[in-house]
Design a protein around this ligand. Structure first.
Ligand SMILES: [Zn+2]
Ligand SMILES: [Zn+2]
Length: 138
């Protein structure tokens, strides 16, 4: 896949933030805070537009957690086809794990066959605790 070059400072900062938090989903608000903390004076609407464009370009993953009304983003990096597989999301740290294994694909297919229900990966994430957070708990 061809990597797009982002020229605006805001987009560059978003990319930088995303790369530094690869395993973490973040809200638009967090990005706005980050960009401001870097001393860049951009308005919130511009940041939202950049986030949307970068999601469309496939650089960021945009999704809506079940337990929240606002969308969150995560840097996608090398993960492709995020529209086609589900994700697990840690309720503690927000980490998003790509379910790219065959088992997950078979699960979606079986549900379809068994219940006639189409799981839409873009709006579906499984909630739970990641291994790190579980280890920290015990
Ligand atoms: Zn994915
Ligand atoms: Zn976690």
């Amino acid at each position: 896949m061809q990597q797009k070059r982002y020229r605006s400072k805001g987009s560059q900062l978003i990319e930088q933030f995303g790369k530094a938090h690869k395993d973490q989903s973040f809200s638009a608000g967090e990005i706005v805070d980050y960009v401001k903390s870097e001393g860049l004076n951009v308005n919130t609407a511009t940041i939202y537009r950049s986030l949307d464009r970068m999601s469309e370009d496939g650089l960021l993953l945009k999704f809506k957690p079940q337990d929240s009304d606002s969308v969150v983003y995560q840097y996608k990096g090398l993960h492709q086809h995020c529209d086609h597989h589900m994700h697990m999301r840690c309720r503690q740290c927000g980490k998003l794990i790509h379910l790219e294994c065959e088992f997950a694909a078979a699960f979606i297919k079986n549900i379809e066959e068994e219940y006639g229900f189409t799981i839409e990966p873009t709006i579906t994430s499984l909630g739970g605790l990641c291994s790190n957070c579980k280890a920290a708990k015990s």
